[in-house]
Design a protein around this ligand. Sequence first.
Ligand SMILES: Nc1nc2c(ncn2[C@@H]2O[C@H](COP(=O)(O)OP(=O)(O)OP(=O)(O)O)[C@@H](O)[C@H]2O)c(=O)[nH]1
Ligand SMILES: [Mg+2]
Length: 197
Amino acid sequence: MIYDHLFKIVIFGDKDVGKSCLLSQYVNKTFTEKKYLDIGIEFKFKELIIDNIKIKVQIWTINNDDIIMNYNNPNGFIIIYDVTNKDSFKYIENKINIIRNYYTIENIPIIIIGNKIDKNNRNITLEEVNEFSKKNNIMNIEASIKHNINVDLIFEKLLKKILEQNPKSVKFNSISIYFMIILIFMIALIFTILFII
Ligand SMILES: Nc1nc2c(ncn2[C@@H]2O[C@H](COP(=O)(O)OP(=O)(O)OP(=O)(O)O)[C@@H](O)[C@H]2O)c(=O)[nH]1
Ligand SMILES: [Mg+2]
């Protein structure tokens, strides 16, 4: 697919919240109960169309502050917590400040995800999350990555926000480059013929 935009999204959050699961559920539509090997950093690509705009997304999962600091120009962040684990929610509060301070982009799109709503021992109420989101001006959504509930919606919401900040620009894609080469060749040919006659 020839795309209009290439965006980078970073998935971040405390241990075991479901970062690796989100990546494989969204891109490959697979889920495993087994713990993914914690390799610190992973990425996959996904292509999709939103409002007739062709987008290629490079999605990273990271679980280390240093990587956040060194990460090159992300367009948006997905920060996950586990609705059954209070600590995982506390964890994101200070991470949002790190991201905001480091990237200096006042309004870098961020969405926070309350994952594992399929479990019945939830520890964090939607009210406290809504209050936190409002205070920090970020989007939030709850999900069950296990049951593929709201997984596509997470990316759709974030990407729509990213698109608002990156209006469609005219770019050279591979077809237009071929077209330019042929055009230049034709013009050169016409001049050569004119020169000869
Ligand atoms: N019940 C339930 N379990 C989930 C869900 N999402 C992920 N899990 C489980 O949570 C565990 C951790 O998932 P991972 O995706 O490996 O978590 P992670 O955030 O990548 O963990 P680290 O890379 O170690 O920081 C796994 O056993 C998953 O099966 C969900 O929506 N519901
Ligand atoms: Mg992981």
